[in-house]
Write a protein of this length. Structure first.
Length: 585
């Protein structure tokens, strides 16, 4: 142990002072990936807006001091091209509220640009990034064990979630740590050391607790890529294939409902992609497009498969969401960026390549790149790959110092200005979310002005829009309420937005409009009985016995996923309508 510590100390002492500065900046960036993840804007994003210009200034100073420049690379072109394309769609097609996307995309561009400057100032090896990622994966693992020990998980249904809100994205960080640790150990030592094996066991136990099939698959594929040379002959390959097939069947049977649900989500997502093949449906359109396509399938008698569809907050396939919202053009940018980055990582750091591969595999079944921690990690990997493509060199000459300063001053000012603008908006958004938290759940009309004041900042917050709509509906401002509900339906596939619209139309006396809203709510989510119940009651209250009887039969015949007292009461009322023609009081 003493020799091992001495070896570490000698390695640390050999690092140049400039490299130390770069490493400290890297730690500052990656440390933000293990802070608690929130659903809306968070203080971490506000902090990132301060870290970005600081890193840029440090990188520029070192570049000028050492006479280095940042040479434009292919990855830079793809990143900036994709940003301009997506932001152009956001600004010129403002159909769907997507301010959160615009701010996050700008932040990722800025962090990429600042890291490109930093990595160009002092070249660091990919192993340094690998070690940092392993370190933060161990921190995530420690958070998980702490949650398990004290029963303080961030989700009431799961024992461990790490800094995330559920175990799914948490498992991706654990899988990343395992893949990096295995690969680095194999590359440097070749044999399994006791301390490495112990750490892998601890990480593996956390991975098992998450029960994430996507993480298991990601780790399995990456391990196979590392050790495939040790598998010799068709018999060993056949045995491995049999084990993999048995494991896949076991994992499917363990959570078959979830797997079937993901399957139908991907099926609907692919159909959404084909609607606007080249340009997509627009930034922020995924959930609305998903609901519309589900309703179309329901109208055309595909309800059997759609019984597993539920309200979703994420696409569960990052590339699919890009395709639906940005079309084939957006996918071209995404796949081009992934391809070039992965090729450069393969050539410069195989371990980092495998870590990136594990996240990419995971992203095909989940949503890691919709979350800030993995966006930060992706930006770091892309910046490292982009820097390895470009050759920075010293500039000689009488006016080299002035030219260097001129070269860097414009990008530095742009990055700093955009970072501070983003911070101002994020701060306003955080304050708005805090304000909403104070009045959420209260339906007193005295809060109406507060809701209107918060609305410009929370147009992409579906819970805010729903609560505001309910408040307006209670005041009999049905048209205003329906406006809020239409905005909510643009960013969510929750059928309750349509049900509440139906209630408003019913109270306005517009029975046909109410029927359309209720019917679409049921078509959007055929596994919900409540829209059918509302249709039944609509015509029961209107005295239309034939239609009330029609929907009463549908309510009675409905096969619910989970029996509940509310469902039993609805079916009892439907049976009374069928038997007596009305509900007995």
């Amino acid at each position: 142990m003493k020799k091992y510590i001495q070896k570490i100390m000698r390695t640390l002492m050999a690092i140049r002072p400039m490299a130390w500065i770069v490493l400290v900046c890297m730690v500052a960036v990656l440390s933000l990936s293990v802070f608690p993840v929130e659903t809306g804007c968070s203080a971490i994003e506000e902090c990132l807006c301060l870290v970005i210009p600081s890193i840029t200034v440090i990188g520029v100073i070192i570049c000028i001091k050492q006479g280095n420049i940042v040479k434009f690379s292919m990855i830079d072109g793809i990143v900036f091209g994709w940003y301009l394309y997506s932001m152009g769609r956001f600004w010129f097609e403002p159909i769907y509220p997507a301010f959160g996307f615009a701010i996050r995309a700008t932040l990722m561009l800025l962090i990429y640009a600042s890291l490109r400057v930093l990595f160009s100032s002092v070249r660091i090896k990919g192993d340094a990034i690998v070690i940092m990622l392993i370190f933060f994966a161990v921190i995530e693992m420690s958070i998980g064990y702490y949650q398990l020990l004290y029963d303080i998980s961030r989700h009431p249904l799961y024992p461990v979630t790490g800094s995330f809100l559920n175990p799914g994205p948490y498992s991706a960080y654990i899988a990343l740590g395992m893949v990096l640790l295995l690969s680095m150990n194999k590359q440097r030592i070749g044999i399994m050391e006791n301390r490495v094996a112990f750490l892998l066991v601890l990480l593996g136990m956390q991975l098992v607790l998450t029960m994430s099939r996507a993480a298991f698959l990601a780790v399995g594929i990456c391990v196979l890529m590392q050790y495939h040379s040790r598998i010799r002959g068709w018999r060993e390959w056949s045995m491995l294939a049999g084990i993999a097939l048995a494991a896949a069947c076991g994992l499917y049977l363990l959570k078959s409902g979830s797997a079937d649900g993901r399957g139908i989500i991907n099926y609907i997502g692919i159909r959404c992609f084909t609607v606007n093949l080249w340009t997509g449906s627009g930034i922020g359109s995924f959930f609305h497009r998903f609901a519309e396509e589900t309703a179309w399938l329901s109208r055309n008698s595909h309800t059997e498969n759609l019984m597993k569809v539920d309200v979703i907050d994420y696409a569960f396939n990052d590339l699919m969401r890009v395709g639906v919202e940005q079309g084939a053009l957006g996918l071209i940018f995404a796949t081009a960026l992934i391809s070039v980055v992965m090729v450069r990582l393969w050539k410069n750091c195989r371990t980092l390549f495998l870590g990136a591969l594990s996240l990419l595999i995971f992203s095909l079944f989940s949503y890691p790149f919709e979350l800030l921690p993995y966006q930060i990690i992706a930006a770091v990997m892309a910046a490292f790959a982009g820097t390895s493509l470009s050759l920075h060199y010293a500039v000689n000459g009488k006016h080299s110092g002035f030219c260097m300063a001129l070269r860097f001053v414009i990008p530095m000012v742009l990055i700093g200005t955009l970072s501070l603008c983003c911070r101002a908006f994020i701060k306003e958004r955080i304050d708005a979310e805090k304000g909403y938290g104070l009045i959420s759940g209260f339906d007193d009309k005295a809060f109406t002005k507060d809701y209107f004041a918060l609305m410009p900042y929370l147009l992409d917050n579906k819970r805010f829009l729903f609560d505001f709509a309910k408040l307006l509906s209670k005041q009999k401002r049905y048209n205003d309420s329906n406006d809020m509900l239409r905005n909510g339906a643009r960013i969510s596939n929750d059928p309750m937005f349509l049900v509440l619209q139906g209630n408003n139309y019913r109270d306005m006396g517009a029975v046909e409009e109410a029927e359309k809203a209720y019917l679409k709510a049921w078509q959007t989510m055929p596994n919900r009985i409540y829209p059918l119940y509302r249709l039944m009651m609509l015509y029961h209250d209107a005295g239309n016995r034939s239609k009330a009887l029609k929907y009463a039969k549908k309510v009675v015949a409905f096969k619910e996923k989970i029996p509940s007292p509310a469902v039993r009461d609805m079916k009892r009322e439907a049976q009374e309508i069928i038997k007596f023609g009305k509900i007995r009081i």
